[in-house]
Design a protein around this ligand. Structure first.
Ligand SMILES: N[C@@H](CCC(=O)N[C@@H](CS)C(=O)NCC(=O)O)C(=O)O
Length: 201
């Protein structure tokens, strides 16, 4: 059986969403990254980088959430793996949306010493990303076209928690429509349920 090592995090949610969409048989193994469990020797043998998620697919331990999504999509045929835009969106998510939303989260929620300049910079960059995605979704229901794909799954979690980052999508009607469409999918509910009621997800 597959095993997903994770915690209530953006990147773990992506993999859970895929596993729920495909009704996969898997065990969820919580690794409490807030208590430092990712640095324990047993976990480091699974992922020497000390990060979640890790998926044991029955043969090997896979790391990097978007690589896991791609590999699962290739194996199952779910998630539009042949679409030429798919890889570009997965790279965009991992290299641009993820890191910039992550930096915004730091300056907006966690920084012990406030830094208005850094906060404003990240807010401006993230606003640009939101406008870009809104524009991209103006003429298609999902990011790669008519079909819900692993690229949508990868982009979803940061946008799902946008209010926790102090962001508003009120001027982004296409992105809001996209977000709401993904939020009401049964698999999205099932994936979020794994984290329990206390989670911001
Ligand atoms: N690029 C990696 C990022 C993984 C990552 O940064 N995971 C975070 C949680 S979302 C983590 O495990 N942090 C623990 C730490 O850095 O100590 C992916 O997409 O899987």
């Amino acid at each position: 059986m597959m095993k997903l090592y994770g915690f209530d995090t953006i990147n773990t949610l992506k993999v859970l969403m895929f596993l729920m969409e495909t009704k996969a048989d898997f065990e969820f193994v919580p690794i409490n990254i807030r208590a430092g469990e990712q640095h324990e020797p047993a976990f480091r043998t699974i992922n020497p980088a000390g990060k979640v998620p890790v998926l044991f697919d029955g043969e090997r331990h896979q790391v990097e959430s978007n690589a896991i999504l791609l590999s699962l999509a290739q194996k199952t045929g779910w998630g539009l793996v042949d679409n030429p835009d798919l890889t570009a969106w997965l790279f965009y998510q991992a290299s641009t949306q993820g890191p910039h939303f992550g930096q915004l989260e730091h300056w907006a929620r966690f920084a012990k010493v406030p830094n208005p300049e850094a906060l404003k910079r990240q807010q401006d960059i993230v606003t640009g990303i939101i406008n870009y995605l809104n524009d991209q979704l103006s003429e298609k229901p999902f990011i790669c076209g008519d079909t819900y794909s692993i690229a949508d799954i990868a982009l979803f979690p940061w946008l799902h928690i946008h209010e926790h980052l102090g962001l508003s999508l009120k001027n982004s009607e296409h992105l809001t429509r996209w977000l709401n469409q993904i939020r009401i999918r049964p698999a999205t509910f099932e994936a979020r349920k794994v984290f329990g009621n206390q989670s911001i997800f």
